[in-house]
Design a protein around this ligand. Structure first.
Ligand code: F6P
Length: 338
């Protein structure tokens, strides 16, 4: 069999470990051939390929980013929306010309949705979920998330010293456009006093009350972790800088904002993410060997399993108010915004 692998959407730690997991399992265990498709689905349209042999698959386990390149361009969506059947046929033709038996699509929600569309065109497809945001539907965890949480937690740890020395409120904005998973996990692990998630919303007056109550009790500083997708007064965008002004005004305590940004997505994957990538990649390749297509591999509990792409496409996994970490955090006195 011959496999094509592509990565699509934002990069994250662990994509290369997944390419290695699929590639080495395919080559060494199943005797398959592997081709890398560059810059996501765009590469399949533009015939932009690279060989993935033993040499190319070495040295990838701890390497951040993706050796295949990636892209947020959505050529399939544009093609399907505009009904450009010529381009769709070109993609199918390129898949056939390459002699592929399966396309492995490493990506987040958008990628899995496109993978399903490609599957419906008649191509054999397997999805592998990836994103630091951990918001892919159908899997408990995505690789990249654990690495990002480590970085974000270390950043929060480092804020405590300045916050306490200067009696300040430090508002740190963490990634996750729609989902607050990184903010919840890093906020709790870093000991944030206020954790604000896009899913739960935020009453600024109550945030200020919480900070003032802490000050009254002699806790002269506070750490606020805020998800980048949090809406303030109904509008999205720059929550940390807007919030820090509102907190400073409402509490009269000196406040600073920190936007951690793409630092969370960079660098080497954690050991956890390397092993998760290896497990997901190996499982996906085994499924291909059994001709099980049109599915996404997933983590459910401690097991690797799979589910139909049809069930994943178009959905997002958000934090819910009954999340155990939120319940336990509330008992400790962490304020969650409402
Ligand atoms: O999906 C991962 C993510 O890092 C989000 O957390 C963030 O909103 C977005 O990507 C940023 O995308 P870009 O790198 O295209 O600016």
């Amino acid at each position: 069999m011959k496999l094509g692998i592509l990565s699509s959407g934002g990069d994250c730690p662990g994509i290369n470990a997944t390419i290695r997991g699929v590639g080495k399992t395919a080559l060494n265990h199943f005797g398959m051939e592997v081709v890398g498709i560059r810059y996501g689905f765009q590469g399949l349209l533009n015939r932009d390929y690279m060989p993935l042999g033993d040499k190319e698959l070495s040295g990838l386990l701890n390497l951040g980013g993706t050796i295949l390149g990636t892209s947020r361009e959505k050529p399939f969506r544009q093609m399907l929306e505009s009904g450009d059947s010529g381009k769709l046929q070109a993609v199918v033709g390129n898949y056939r010309d390459l002699g592929l038996d399966c396309l492995v699509c490493i990506g987040g929600n958008g990628t899995q949705k496109t993978a399903y569309q490609v599957f419906k065109l008649g191509l054999n497809v397997i999805g592998i979920p990836k994103t630091i945001d951990n918001d892919v539907f159908g899997t408990d965890f995505t690789f990249g998330f654990n690495s990002a949480v480590h970085i974000a937690t270390e950043a929060i740890d480092r804020l405590h010293s300045t916050a306490s020395s200067h009696n300040r409120v430090m508002v740190i904005e963490l990634m996750g456009h729609r989902a607050g998973w990184i903010t919840l996990y890093a906020g709790m692990a870093g000991g944030a006093d206020v954790i604000l998630l896009p899913e739960l919303g935020c009453d600024v007056d109550k945030v200020n009350e919480t900070i003032l109550k802490r000050a009254k009790k002699g806790k002269s500083y506070s750490i606020v972790a805020v998800g980048e997708g949090l809406k303030l007064n109904g509008t999205e965008g720059n929550p940390a800088s807007r919030l820090s002004k509102l907190i400073c005004k409402g509490t009269e305590i000196e406040t600073r904002e920190i936007i951690l940004g793409h630092v969370q997505r960079g660098g080497n994957p954690s050991a956890h993410d390397r092993n998760l990538a290896t497990r997901l990649g190996g499982y996906a390749t085994e499924m291909i060997s059994k001709h099980q297509f049109g599915r996404m591999v997933a983590v459910v509990g401690s097991q690797i399993t799979s589910l139909p792409l049809e069930e994943v496409a178009g959905k997002t996994k958000l934090v819910t108010p009954d999340n155990d970490l939120i319940l336990q955090g509330k008992r400790l006195g962490v304020f969650f915004g409402i």
